[in-house]
Design a protein around this ligand. Structure first.
Ligand SMILES: [Zn+2]
Length: 462
């Protein structure tokens, strides 16, 4: 009887000890998961740091293996071309680590040669097959072309492959040369928001590009939308509030209304569709949620129609009211229109740890039916043929929509131009914004044309 008691006691003791061990392991694992990267990169770690400076890092390359950045013997080395340095500054990062979405910040573990399973593998020969280099999907020459086309104006240009998700171009202006940082605090206006990558982290009033969202809702929810005629006198009073249009379009069909960007037709369409449905289509299009681009979260665009009635709802359907769009997120909506209604997740990394080349699509989601996407695409093609001018976009098979987003305060509107090339060999979608630039089609359109022509040339060389 006594023996049995002792054995039971011992068993209990062993059980308690094992439990403690398991609990300890769990606590360690949680701490490790959360903090291991910090431990390995702790500045006292002499392998990696000297005098608080990183000694050596892996190299950041563009999609074609063009050198963009590395730290060698404690000093930063950049591409030799100043235009390229400025163009990719937001993507690569500055020496102060101010661009929190940059490769130097977000992919620091990789560049430092650290990973969760293997620890600091750069200093372990057995693991030398693991690279600490980062290969971006960006084309540095295309970024340079886009940055130059913005010509000192504030704004952003993004281009991505709507079939693979690879971002080929991502520039944000103002920028600066990270090798010779200017006096930013001394020029607050010139360098306003310079540490923000506007493509990833900014939101803007969308203006008429939002008609692509309202149009999708209309195609799916208004019977015989194609046989309807709207009438535009240049303004429309709804319950005492005014909706205005850029011109008096007279009688106008749905298709013409998108091409001419008629506010009055789209005001009526918005009221017809209703706030709930419009809200639903905005959310399908990516509003009110952020996208993840290799661990980088985009800013959240906003559409909130809870209180929107009458003229407010009409203005919301025209992309004004309280609507806000993130450029990258909206670009992927346009990409989904191009890709039969399926949105491919965007990405900025072309490598993975073993092969250095990663071509697989990271995520896809159907956000529009194929029929709706096809119809919208035809209408966007018609916009170019009827209004923007096929001659301005020769050979691009361009489908597009402009936006001229009113921002108040006596400032010029933001100029938007979004769209895609309907070409099997160049499946690219894009978004261009010139802040306070004026008319979308005439100001942002030519930037898009320059960048896309260059993209066609570059893709054919690849
Ligand atoms: Zn009109």
């Amino acid at each position: 009887m006594n023996d049995l008691k002792i054995i039971t006691k011992r068993a209990l003791g062993v059980l308690i000890l094992s439990l403690l061990l398991v609990i300890g392991l769990i606590i360690f694992s949680i701490k490790y998961t959360k903090e291991a990267s910090d431990w390995a990169q702790y500045p006292a770690n002499k392998h990696i740091y000297a005098n608080g400076q990183l000694m050596n890092t892996g190299t950041i390359y563009d999609r074609n293996g063009k050198f963009l950045f590395k730290i060698e013997e404690g000093s930063g080395k950049y591409n030799e071309n100043k235009l390229i340095r400025e163009s990719v500054m937001h993507a690569v990062g500055d020496s102060g680590g101010n661009i929190i979405t940059s490769a130097r910040v977000v992919f620091a573990d990789r560049l430092n040669g650290w990973d969760f399973l293997n620890g600091s593998y750069r200093f372990n020969n057995k693991l030398s097959k693991f690279s600490s280099d980062v290969k971006l999907t960006l084309d540095a020459d295309l970024c340079a072309t886009a940055y130059k086309a913005l010509n000192g104006r504030k704004g952003t240009v993004g281009v991505y492959n709507y079939k693979t998700g690879e971002i080929l171009c991502m520039v944000s202006s103002p920028s600066f040369d990270p090798m010779n940082p200017p006096d930013i605090d001394g020029n607050p206006e010139k360098y306003e928001g310079v540490y923000i990558n506007r493509f990833l982290s900014a939101t803007y009033t969308p203006g008429s590009i939002f008609k692509l969202v309202t149009a999708a809702a209309a195609i799916d929810n208004i019977d015989d939308i194609d046989s309807k005629t709207y009438h535009c006198e240049g303004n429309l009073e709804i319950n005492g509030k005014l909706v205005t249009c850029m011109s008096s379009h007279g009688d106008i069909t749905f298709k013409e209304a998108l091409a001419e960007s008629c506010n009055i037709a789209f005001a009526e369409i918005s009221l017809d569709v209703g706030a709930n449905t419009l809200q639903k289509y905005a959310e399908k299009a990516g509003f009110n949620s952020s996208l993840e681009v290799n661990d980088i979260k985009t800013a959240v665009g906003k559409v909130d129609l809870k209180e929107a009635k009458g003229a407010d709802l009409a203005w919301a359907g025209i992309g004004q009211y309280t609507d806000l769009a993130n450029p990258l997120n909206f670009m992927t909506y346009v990409g989904a229109i191009a890709n039969d209604g399926v949105r491919i997740s965007p990405r900025i990394r072309k490598d993975n740890i073993l092969s250095n080349v990663c071509t697989s699509v990271t995520g896809k989601k159907r956000i529009l039916s194929k029929e709706t996407a096809d119809k919208l695409g035809d209408m966007m093609r018609n916009d170019v043929m009827q209004v923007y001018g096929e001659n301005n976009y020769k050979g691009l098979e361009l489908c597009a929509k402009s936006g001229t987003a009113e921002v108040g305060n006596d400032k010029k509107p933001h100029a938007w131009f979004v769209g895609y090339m309907d070409r099997e060999d160049c499946p690219l979608a894009f978004a261009v914004i010139v802040e306070n630039g004026g008319l979308g089609g005439t100001v942002a359109g030519p930037v898009a044309a320059t960048v896309l022509q260059k993209a066609v040339d570059l893709l054919q060389e690849e």
